[in-house]
Ligand binder design. Structure first.
Ligand SMILES: CC(=O)SCCNC(=O)CCNC(=O)[C@H](O)C(C)(C)COP(=O)(O)OP(=O)(O)OC[C@H]1O[C@@H](n2cnc3c(N)ncnc32)[C@H](O)[C@@H]1OP(=O)(O)O
Length: 427
């Protein structure tokens, strides 16, 4: 008898289920499995969008014979780091296992296969948006940015502060979807370089966003897009919003929902907010997700009118795969050195690392034999990587252990950033 176990035969395990990259011809069946996995029965295959997003070799299926019972997709993206560098990362999405086949290790197999391939390709980290909090920690991911939104009652807000100046000589125009598709990408490219935690938006993103291709399971409704151009005619901001048409008897009681807000400077932001807070019939504004450091409430006549949105929670999860590349690429607030003992059951980040930075903000992670100041898992380190989480807070929660008193605060001074990392985009 052959000594070759089924587990060693081209990804087929003892249960007969094979994990492999799909072909383009299998995209329809794979897409149907995604819909079933996300509890949406009978949806169209959405082939046009899926074709746009197909990266050869990176769309995985778990196959039991012909039947696709698990799905997993990754694609290349870039993460803006503190300091403005763009780190190539693997973005993971469309993770599903059919209900009849769950808890048999299929996600674990797809994830481990894809993370190993990402590391091979030289992607220093993987990112994803987690459907549920408890799925991805076991694979070394940690929450690294938060969703941050506001509900604003316009009767209480008293508009924007009177002393705030909008852009001098700028103008606002409502634009249609074809124009948004034309001008949005270049504006976003400029904007994302100044926002740690932001990611790139590809062609598929803009086409889906503007309704040029449909995404199965999502009811697309054309939003409003208002563009701000400065006195020289350069596009410096965009706000995308929807209106929920509500009436209280004979009185308008509409809600304006801000879906996307990109402003390159404060005068642009002020002009856009002033517009959004003064649309006729609108009595309340929901800002679904905006940077945690965005000053929005402080721009209002009464900041208490902005109440935190109920979905404010963890958003981008990050899994470090190559500490030397990842920590060498970001910048640091100043000089410092903290030695970390990192636990990583899958090995990528495991070991003792000195995280150090010079006065000019250039830093690195290097393997060391020095005594460790702090012990933590790779997921906690992923949470700290972009600077949006604090080591002191994780230490208080027992998720980081100080071996030297004060080490958590020393790490915060090293990795903390002037502008909190934030990512507006689900994927
Ligand atoms: C990036 C994204 O696409 S997020 C979307 C994720 N998908 C969904 O939420 C859709 C509905 N859920 C599913 O499709 C599946 O349940 C999945 C993909 C979440 C999990 O797939 P499975 O194949 O069941 O996971 P697998 O068997 O590998 O589980 C590994 C471990 O994670 C645990 N686990 C898996 N899912 C969950 C969960 N939702 N909550 C808590 N623990 C979980 C398992 O119990 C198991 O633990 P163990 O190792 O201690 O036994």
């Amino acid at each position: 008898m052959s000594t070759e176990t089924s587990a060693s035969v081209a990804g087929i395990a003892a249960d007969g289920i094979e994990i492999r990259a799909i072909t383009e011809a299998e995209l329809g069946a794979w897409g149907s499995a995604v819909s079933v996995g996300f509890m949406r029965a009978g949806l169209p295959e959405g082939l046009e969008k899926r074709r746009l997003r197909l990266v050869p070799g990176r769309t995985l299926g778990a196959f039991e014979g012909e039947r696709c019972v698990g799905t997993f997709r990754s694609f290349p993206n870039q993460l803006t780091l503190p300091g403005g560098a763009l780190l190539p990362v693997s973005a993971i999405t469309a993770v599903t296992v059919t209900q009849t086949h769950r808890r048999r290790g299929l996600l674990s197999r797809m994830m481990r296969q894809d993370l190993a391939a990402a590391r091979e390709r030289g992607e220093a980290a993987a990112i994803l948006i987690a459907a549920e909090y408890n799925i991805y920690g076991r694979f070394g991911f940690g929450p690294s940015t938060r969703m941050h939104g506001w509900e604003i009652d316009l009767n209480r807000a008293r508009g924007l502060r009177a002393d705030l100046a909008g852009s001098a000589g700028g103008r606002l125009d409502l634009i249609g979807m074809p124009e948004l598709r034309g001008v949005g990408p270049a504006l976003h490219e400029r904007w994302r370089r100044g926002q740690p935690g932001a990611i790139a938006r590809d062609e598929a993103f803009w086409k889906t966003y503007t309704g040029a291709v449909s995404a199965p399971g999502f009811d697309w409704k054309e939003p409003f897009a208002v563009a701000h151009r400065d006195a020289g005619g350069t596009l410096t901001g965009l706000a995308i919003y929807a209106i929920e048409d509500r009436w209280d008897g004979s009185y308008p009681d509409c809600k304006l929902v801000v879906k996307d807000f990109l402003a390159l400077d404060r005068p642009t932001a002020v002009s856009l907010w002033r517009y959004l807070f003064s649309v006729d019939w609108v009595r309340s504004v929901t800002v679904e997700n905006i940077g945690p450091d965005d000053p929005l409430p402080l721009l209002l006549g009464d900041p208490r009118a902005a109440v935190p949105h109920k979905e404010n929670n963890d958003f981008t999860w990050l899994r470090l795969l190559d500490l030397a590349t990842a920590f060498g690429a970001r910048s640091y607030a100043g000089a410092g050195r903290v030695v970390l003992e990192v636990a990583d059951p899958d090995g990528y980040a495991a070991g003792r690392w000195a995280l150090e930075a010079d006065a000019d903000g250039v830093g690195r992670a290097v393997v060391t034999t020095d005594e460790a100041d702090l012990e933590l898992g790779v997921g906690a380190l992923g949470s700290l990587y972009l600077g949006a989480e604090s080591a002191s807070r994780l230490a208080a929660a027992g998720l980081v252990t100080e071996r030297r008193p004060g080490a958590a605060f020393a790490l915060d001074r090293l990795v903390g950033t002037p502008l909190k990392a934030w990512n507006p985009d689900s994927f």
